[in-house]
Write a protein that binds this ligand. Structure first.
Ligand code: NI
Ligand code: MN
Length: 226
């Protein structure tokens, strides 16, 4: 798979012939200046929870690309009223799509929509096809529920974890999460976007190295092939 980082928690993952876009946040993201949303052409958009820094550009990108949304029931319903078609899923459930299987797993966080509507409960995604498996944690604290992932899903090739602290787990806890999920290659996200979540990247990398894990911190626009 090819994973491209677009800043904060926004990632594009090319899995087989399909393009998945996670938590698109370009508009009002201080890391982006007039990003051309039309340059993205995903087949599917996945939203971990309802906060603005994860759903900001779902409507625009969905309408320009015809991508369908995968998220929890409340978020899919909220976007359906805006004309965005979607597939609702909820915690512990998995579903086989044309590109692979998606399982919606627990996250500890909150999930109101930008207008204050109920955004259901936040989650993460474990996604696999016949060859590869990855975990997109969304915004979450460290939780023992992560230990269920290696018990219930194929072996992870890579995981995308928040490391910025304050709103999510920090890198120290994320390194423990890497142990819980039994994954050796981690891509960090949800750091340095704004003041509360600025981190020392060298300390973050060292926290993972101390546990024999690799923390990758791609530049914005950089693609990692796993
Ligand atoms: Ni959030
Ligand atoms: Mn967030």
């Amino acid at each position: 798979m090819k994973i491209t980082f677009y800043g904060h928690a926004t990632f594009e993952v090319k899995l087989g012939d399909s393009t998945l876009l996670f938590d698109p946040f370009f508009t009002d993201n201080p890391l982006h200046d007039n990003f051309d949303l039309n340059s993205l052409n995903p087949d599917w958009i996945l939203a971990s929870h309802g906060h603005g820094d994860h759903v900001a550009d779902i409507e625009a990108i969905s309408k320009s690309s015809n991508a369908k949304l995968i998220s929890n029931y409340e978020i899919v319903n909220w976007f359906d009223e805006k004309g965005v078609k979607g597939h609702p899923i909820n915690h512990g459930g998995k579903y086989s799509f044309d590109f692979g299987t998606v399982k919606y797993v627990n996250a500890i966080h909150t999930s109101s929509m930008p207008d204050g509507a109920n955004g259901g409960d936040p989650g993460g995604f474990v996604i696999w096809n016949a060859d590869q498996c990855f975990y997109f944690a969304g915004d979450t604290a460290l939780t023992r529920d992560m230990e269920l992932i290696p018990m219930t899903c194929p072996k992870l090739d890579v995981a995308i974890l928040p490391i910025g602290d304050n709103f999510t787990m920090g890198y120290e806890d994320a390194a423990i999460a890497a142990e819980f999920i039994k994954c050796d290659i981690i891509i960090g996200c949800h750091y340095d976007t704004f003041g509360y979540i600025k981190i020392d990247k060298s300390k973050a990398i060292e926290a993972f190295r101390a546990k024999n894990k690799t923390l990758l911190l791609p530049n914005i626009g950089e693609t990692i092939e796993i």
